[in-house]
Design a protein around this ligand. Structure first.
Ligand SMILES: NC(=O)C1=CN([C@@H]2O[C@H](COP(=O)(O)OP(=O)(O)OC[C@H]3O[C@@H](n4cnc5c(N)ncnc54)[C@H](O)[C@@H]3O)[C@@H](O)[C@H]2O)C=CC1
Ligand SMILES: O=C([O-])CC(=O)C(=O)O
Length: 323
């Protein structure tokens, strides 16, 4: 599979490239960025990393099956041969040093709208492919990209899976269990309007219930932890590790043809068209995946307060789309 990372010289883009190449060095990866020098540098550096990833030297046959990592300029995406099978959109304007509060994602909207329009122009010449949108605020940016390109809506997936990992981590701490045993999907906005679906909580495969205080604690933790990280590490250092691990997992799932009917659905931000009674805008909803992106949006039975929180999150997003 050929993955184009648009904004590939970014903190997130370069880390996704490294994580993906480490998880599966057969991927073809192209870093597309207007900052051509750093994109080239990351491509060469990640290329060298594969030597150790595969415990080289390997025999000629194995070496021939490995992918390549390269870099091209922002205006070359339409000329890639072969064209990408999937794109990751991480291009963004620089964030101010004080972008460390929970409104920082929405604060990026103004500056990133023009970048979406520029990238959409570049993408117009290629055949429709799934696009994973990392650029914040993802729900508004994903919707804008969809409206600009008008490809099938299932191709547009805003990445919000770091919340699932953060939610599991906090519940693990509260209940003194391993986070890897916690299943609690997160719908809604990638931002203040997150909606952890506690009614679906399972610990070790068994249904579990959190108190109202515990649920409020989890929501607060998930809202605030990325910015606590940014405060201590600097606003330019977004949550690169969890984001890249989640994105790499998602790309590998799509490359495998998706989860289909039997796999576990994941919550991603995609355009809604009447699901949950919501239209216009994107927000995270449970989807099954296929090689083309979101196959189907699932309509789960939600608790009343979850449905209310989802509607409120949608209203926040819908009210500032400014297409
Ligand atoms: N969805 C999520 O969970 C997460 C989202 N993010 C978001 O991802 C985005 C990227 O963050 P960072 O990696 O820290 O950004 P960064 O500031 O390190 O890099 C942005 C890159 O975009 C490039 N770029 C700008 N305009 C472009 C264009 N028209 N075409 C091609 N490239 C272009 C720049 O040259 C730069 O290399 C931000 O919006 C950030 O908030 C970050 C972490 C997690
Ligand atoms: O805004 C940020 O710092 C990055 C982000 O979306 C996340 O890590 O969830």
């Amino acid at each position: 599979m050929h993955v184009a990372i648009i904004g590939g010289a970014s903190t997130i883009g370069s880390t996704v490239a490294y994580t993906l190449a480490s998880a599966d060095p057969t991927f073809e990866i192209t870093l597309v960025d207007k900052a051509e020098e750093p994109a080239w540098a990351h491509a060469v550096d990640v290329t060298h990393s594969v030597f150790h990833t595969v415990d080289a030297p390997v025999d000629g046959e194995t070496a021939g099956s490995l992918g390549t990592v390269r870099a091209v300029g922002a205006d070359e995406i339409g000329d890639l041969d072969p064209q990408p099978d999937l794109a990751v959109f991480t291009a963004a304007a620089p964030r101010p040093d004080d972008a460390t509060d929970t409104d920082a994602r929405e604060a990026e909207l103004e500056a990133n709208r023009g970048i979406v329009d520029d990238v959409a122009e570049q993408l117009r010449s290629i055949d429709p492919i799934p696009i994973l949108v990392m650029t914040n605020p993802i729900d508004r940016i994903t919707y804008r990209l969809w409206r600009r390109l008008e490809w099938p809506r299932g191709h547009f997936l805003g990445y919000s899976l770091s919340e699932t990992a953060r939610t599991a981590h906090r519940i693990g701490e509260l209940r003194d269990v391993d986070p890897e045993t916690v299943y609690c999907p997160v719908m809604g906005e990638h931002g203040n309007g997150i909606v952890p679906i506690f009614s679906k909580l399972r610990i070790d495969g068994e249904p579990a219930t959190l108190s109202a205080d515990e649920r409020a604690d989890v929501r607060e933790y998930v809202r605030e932890i990325p910015f606590e990280i940014a405060k201590r590490r600097g606003a330019a250092e977004t949550s690169r590790w969890v984001t890249s691990a989640g994105t790499s997992r998602l790309i590998r799932t799509i490359a495998d043809g998706g989860s289909g009917d039997t796999g576990t659905p994941v919550c991603l931000s995609t355009p809604v068209d009447g699901e949950y009674g919501l239209s216009e805008g994107c927000l995270s909803v449970p989807v099954t995946l296929s090689a083309d992106g979101a196959d189907e949006i699932l309509e789960w039975d939600l608790a009343d307060d979850e449905r209310e929180r989802l509607a409120a999150a949608h209203e926040r997003i819908r009210s500032d789309l400014q297409l």
